[in-house]
Design a protein around this ligand. Structure first.
Ligand code: ZN
Ligand code: ZN
Length: 285
């Protein structure tokens, strides 16, 4: 998730929340924007973000690209930082703004071959922030990323905002890659059941902790751990009780504990299951 107005909003943010109680069994953050966290109000250096996460048991991070600059930056970071793997893409709200979309897709295609780049995303459809005029370019970009994921055999990381039916339609038409992740899963139990049936992986963000999101907890309850991931999407979507404050990978334990409650499982079991799913989806760190 990215857009200029939310970046601006982050400059007026509250102080960073305190570190939650550490997890006993290590887990990953499957979707974080370390570069945006670093440049937003909190201004946390990347090394500090990684260390704060590690201190609470979040020892592996997936840095997600949203444009050419952030994709190149993430790929370079993953080459030198053992805790970080990268994904590369043009965000569905960025792609329609590009004058040379195909040229940019060719550069993403080349980046996706790198060994420490393990996913193609975030790509997908967003009818919330992109209007009808940008929809065609958005779909063209999504289809381009699907082809890159299939060519490289890497995970397709999907951003789906108010576009569930569109995302499924395009995946069906283009043919889905072997590994599909729905980042910041935002559907209800019915959509979750359909995604689980298709073998997709559902990544739950801090939104699953929100009081007004019982449908996300119902979705989590029917998602097997073999198809479940957890993410922050930091600096966005800070989990409760810190909604509105800046987010970071070190707050993953708050979302994990909510997922344990929603699924009726022990926290350690959820961490172990999600950790194994992360290693299967992205490969070993
Ligand atoms: Zn997103
Ligand atoms: Zn994101």
């Amino acid at each position: 998730m990215t857009n200029r107005s939310s970046r601006a909003a982050l400059r007026r943010e509250r102080p960073a929340p305190p570190a939650p109680e550490p997890l006993a069994v290590p887990v990953l953050d499957s979707h974080v924007h370390l570069d945006i966290v670093g440049s937003s109000g909190a201004g946390w250096p990347v090394a500090q973000q990684i260390e704060a996460a590690r201190a609470v048991g979040v020892d592996r991070l997936v840095q997600v690209g949203v444009d050419l600059d952030s994709s190149e930056w993430g790929a370079a970071l993953a080459r030198t930082e053992p805790a970080v793997l990268a994904t590369v893409a043009l965000h569905p709200n960025e792609a329609p703004r590009l004058t040379d979309l195909d040229g940019a897709l060719a550069r993403i295609d080349a980046l996706a071959d790198q060994e420490r780049v393990r996913g193609v995303g975030e790509t997908g459809m967003d009818t919330f922030r992109t209007g009808e005029d940008g929809r065609k370019a958005q779909e063209h970009s999504f289809r381009g990323h699907i082809e890159i994921a299939k060519r490289t055999g890497k995970a397709l990381v999907i951003h789906d905002r108010e576009a569930h039916a569109e995302v499924l339609r395009i995946l069906d038409d283009a043919g889905a890659p072997d590994t599909v992740v729905l980042h910041c899963f935002s559907g209800d139990a019915d959509f979750a059941a359909e995604c689980v049936r298709r073998g997709y992986v559902l990544s739950f963000a801090g939104t699953v902790t929100f009081g007004n999101a019982p449908q996300l907890r119902a979705a989590a309850a029917l998602t097997p751990l073999t198809q479940m991931l957890v993410e922050t999407d930091a600096p966005y979507l800070t989990p409760m009780p810190h909604r509105g404050a800046p987010n970071g990978s070190y707050l993953i334990p708050l979302t994990i504990r909510q997922l344990a409650a929603a699924t009726g499982k022990e926290v350690d079991e959820v961490c172990a299951g999600i950790s194994a799913t992360g290693e299967r989806v992205f490969g070993p760190w």
